[in-house]
Design a binder for this molecule. Structure first.
Ligand code: OAD
Length: 262
């Protein structure tokens, strides 16, 4: 069947990559952005732009703390979908996992799959997990550029330091890509070359509506890759790809891994 088609393509590929979105973390308890009860049902997207951060850092941070609580307030850990991809990468079948998610779960899964060993931070476009939209567990100083663990900074902001600032006096920004902000250049460039070079490329758990990530599967398809979309709902890419599976990631990805590795 067509899952076997994807498995065979992965087994025989020289280069293979995936793009994931919020759907892969939904079974871990993190809400998706779109659809019923999505994050953008409860929050106004327009309040989380780079422009708002620049003009009203205090208001931005107050709203951001609420958004973070809604998204990441619970306990969460990688699920069978993250684990299957991390295993495929560790075992040499995937070159990289590109993700739009900022929850850090692919990195956790990669670390767990390697028994605690991990590769370098991936803000330079290296490593096996490419976080296209950054990582919400970190903050970055907008003046000196220093990155720091987010938790203590979020606690200071929650205690009323709005916006939280760095020792250098600069304002901290969550280390994520806001609307109206460029993606980290090295990271998106590596993802785009992977899409171009891939023999097989999968888009997993994403509505595929936010650019430039949404174009990666199309880019792969037009360079001749076997392309699959795994998502509960239809996407604007479905018509352009080889295989579409409307299935839960925690069901289909472990099965795919089994087919590849058996
Ligand atoms: P969306 O919320 O737009 O789409 C998530 C998709 O996952 C939906 O189409 C669901 O049908 C699907 N889905 C949900 N649960 C699933 C499951 N268990 N198995 C399979 N599919 C499932 O999320 P993204 O496409 O990731 O950007 O959104 C892209 C970007 O929009 C985000 O990175 C964020 C947001 O605004 C920024 O913050 C810059």
């Amino acid at each position: 069947d067509d899952l076997e088609t994807l498995a065979e393509a992965i087994r025989t590929a020289d280069t293979a990559a995936v793009l994931t979105g919020a759907g892969i973390s939904a079974p871990s308890g993190i809400p998706t952005f779109r659809g019923d009860d999505g994050v953008w049902d409860h929050f106004d997207e327009g309040q989380f732009t780079y422009g708002r951060f620049r003009s009203d850092p205090e208001g931005f941070w107050a709203d951001r703390l609420e958004l973070q609580e809604a998204m990441f307030g619970g306990e969460y850990e990688p699920n069978a979908g993250h684990e299957a991809l991390a295993a495929l990468e560790r075992d040499g079948y995937l070159d990289a996992v590109c993700t739009q998610n900022t929850d850090g779960l692919h990195r956790d899964a990669a670390v767990a799959a390697r028994d605690g060993e991990t590769d370098a931070p991936n803000v330079d476009g290296e490593g096996s997990v490419l976080e296209l939209h950054g990582n919400a567990r970190r903050v970055r100083c907008t003046d000196c550029g220093r990155r720091r663990e987010g938790e203590p900074i979020f606690a200071r902001a929650a205690d009323g330091e709005l916006p939280p600032t760095c020792d250098c006096g600069g304002v901290y920004k969550p280390d994520v890509v806001l609307f109206g902000e460029q993606l980290p250049g090295a990271v998106i460039q590596r993802a785009q070359s992977l899409a171009r070079e891939s023999d097989v490329f999968l888009a997993i758990g994403s509505s595929l509506v936010v650019e430039p990530a949404a174009s990666l599967p199309r880019r792969a398809a037009s360079s001749g890759a076997t392309v699959g979309v795994i998502n509960l709902e239809s996407t604007p890419c479905d018509a352009a790809v080889d295989v579409v599976r409307r299935e839960d990631v925690t069901e289909v990805l472990p099965r795919l891994r089994e087919l590849v590795e058996s």
